[in-house]
Design a binder for this molecule. Structure first.
Ligand code: PGA
Length: 252
């Protein structure tokens, strides 16, 4: 790991209850003291953001969302939540283009790029998720897919926009499957992403945090985070268990 401040983000997805969330946040707050070292970020579902924000008050843990509406709004977009609303409740980050959004809700590279732009225009730091499916990996298309996903965003913004963004490499075959990419497999893609940005601006590339996601656990976090271009993790399942998530945090 480099001089980039590691970020350990918990993506709670559609999990938990108000009661579970309170216990989880309280255990995490007790485990994260001081603002030195890695940063922790929690991304609860929309409905819990306000409560989690209150519980986090005064702690060093940051708050984010899992998605946002693409239109800047306000407007007639039933069921959608804008970045401005998220900011109102203390969110600083928002995940865009998670593979579940891409696969289950039809989010295309173009829509993800548009959400990236909207997020930044509303004062949120986007966490852009990219990653290939198993089929794509086996067909030796990992590089192409990841390049297309990153390129779609670079077509919509100047490279400078990446100085206020995070990228998460999440191979789809590793998400929620218990099958983690090896540190070398992950490093290879992280280096590719950094090189893509670096071909436009070396300084921005050097400062960009690239997280790894896909079955990160206490037991494998250290070896992943030891890789040169891995600057932390986007953690699903293991972020729902305070002890496990704190172990991952400490590994950074
Ligand atoms: P996982 O999920 O840690 O449960 O594999 C990661 C993610 O989807 O962000």
């Amino acid at each position: 790991m480099s001089t980039r401040t590691p970020l350990i983000a918990g993506n709670w997805k559609m999990h938990g209850s108000l009661k579970d969330s309170e216990a989880l946040v309280s255990a995490l707050c007790a485990g994260v003291v001081g603002s030195e070292g890695p940063q922790m970020l929690l991304c609860p579902s929309y409905i819990y953001i306000q409560a989690v924000g209150k519980w986090l008050h005064g702690s060093a843990i940051q708050l984010g969302a899992q998605n946002l509406a693409e239109p800047t709004g306000p407007g007639a977009f039933t069921g959608e939540v804008s970045g401005t609303m998220l900011r109102d409740f203390g969110c600083e980050y928002v995940i865009v283009g998670h593979s579940e959004r891409r696969a289950l809700y039809g989010e295309t590279n173009e829509l993800v790029a548009a959400k990236f732009v909207t997020a930044q225009s509303q004062g949120l730091t986007p966490i852009l998720c990219v990653g290939e499916t198993l089929e794509e990996r086996e067909a030796d298309r990992t590089q192409t897919i990841v390049q297309q996903q990153v390129e779609a965003v670079l077509e919509s913004v100047e490279v400078e926009a990446l100085s206020n963004a995070v990228v998460a490499y999440e191979p789809v075959w590793a998400i929620g499957t218990g099958r983690t990419a090896t540190p070398d497999q992950a490093q290879e893609v992280h280096a590719l992403i950094r090189a893509m940005i670096g071909s436009r601006d070396v300084t921005i590339a050097a400062g960009l945090r690239i997280l790894y996601g896909g079955s990160v656990k206490g037991a494998n976090a250290k070896e992943l985070f030891a890789m040169e271009d891995i600057d932390g993790g986007l953690v699903g399942g293991a972020s729902l268990d305070a002890q496990e998530f704190l172990t991952i945090f400490q590994a950074a």
